[in-house]
Design a protein around this ligand. Structure first.
Ligand code: G
Ligand code: G
Ligand code: NA
Length: 253
């Protein structure tokens, strides 16, 4: 309860901020995007991990406000980087299943884009398979989002229960291979087979595929060899503050 009370005031107290993790083209090493990841630093509690406070925000009905703040901030950050001379092609933002419970969020997303002055095509929203399977009107809401021109990615792909028939109907452009399938490559042949199957599926459905949690060069080489061009993970960079992203990616490399 105390955590809830503290969380409720965290935005106005400016305790919430975003870190950004690079997404790269494996072959060229070029930056293709970043994923926004929310952080909460409370003076008493210290740094609270999102795995701890995002579910609390969801349960207390605060995820709408938090999600809206994340979206607005992430869009503004893209324009800040543009102005500083760093062109980040794409910003990925996570959406919680709970953000789909109160109707279409397309107007809110469009508002954040407009307020920041960011092209819709540079925003990609990440939703998990649970959003699609557990929300009655999800397909309609996802179509609304697509209609305003934002990209859509399925996060943690392979861990949920979305049927392939359903996937075909969805206006998504990207599959994100869940980190759990990447972490034991090359030691685990089953994980390798799953990763390859997802890459093939992406190819068949004409979707782009990005691997999460890539930590070593062997994993990157494996992915590239099997046709997965994009990756995110500690090999390329941990989630970092905007200034660190600018310092690392903004200068001629
Ligand atoms: O930041 P970290 O890499 O520890 O992220 C842990 C988890 O927190 C992520 O897998 C993601 O599901 C969740 N998360 C991080 N940022 C956001 C956000 O802005 N919105 C939502 N809904 N979840 C987030
Ligand atoms: O599910 P989502 O994509 O939102 O997950 C982001 C989470 O994954 C964050 O907690 C982030 O810190 C973590 N993460 C990102 N890259 C790596 C990685 O290469 N290895 C591990 N173990 N975790 C990672
Ligand atoms: Na994500």
């Amino acid at each position: 309860l105390r955590l809830e009370a503290m969380l409720r005031r965290a935005i106005e107290k400016q305790e919430v901020f975003l870190h950004y993790q690079p997404q790269v083209d494996i072959d060229s090493g070029r930056l293709v995007g970043v994923e926004a990841l929310v952080r909460w630093h409370n003076p008493e509690l210290g740094l609270v991990p999102p795995a701890r406070f995002v579910p609390v925000a969801e349960d207390m009905g605060f995820i709408g406000q938090l999600g809206q703040w994340v979206l607005a901030q992430a869009c503004r950050q893209m324009v800040c980087w543009d102005e500083a001379g760093l062109h980040v092609p794409k910003m990925a933002v996570n959406l919680s299943v709970r953000q789909f419970e109160r109707g279409s969020i397309a107007p809110l997303v469009a508002g954040a884009l407009r307020e920041a002055g960011l092209d819709a095509g540079r925003l990609q929203l990440e939703v998990t398979e649970s959003v699609i399977m557990n929300t009655g009107d999800a397909l309609e809401y996802i179509n609304d989002l697509r209609a305003i021109g934002v990209g859509l990615a399925i996060d943690d792909f392979g861990t949920g229960y979305s049927s392939l028939a359903y996937l075909k109907q969805l206006p998504v452009q990207t599959l994100k291979i869940d980190r759990s399938f990447i972490k034991d490559i090359p030691a685990d042949a089953d994980d390798e087979a799953i990763a390859v199957a997802i890459i093939q599926l992406g190819k068949s459905l004409d979707l782009s595929v990005i691997a999460e949690g890539v930590e070593c060069a062997e994993q990157a080489a494996f992915l590239l060899r099997h046709g997965c061009r994009h990756a995110q993970g500690y090999l390329y960079g941990r989630p970092a503050a905007p200034g660190e992203i600018l310092a690392r990616w903004g200068k001629p490399q």
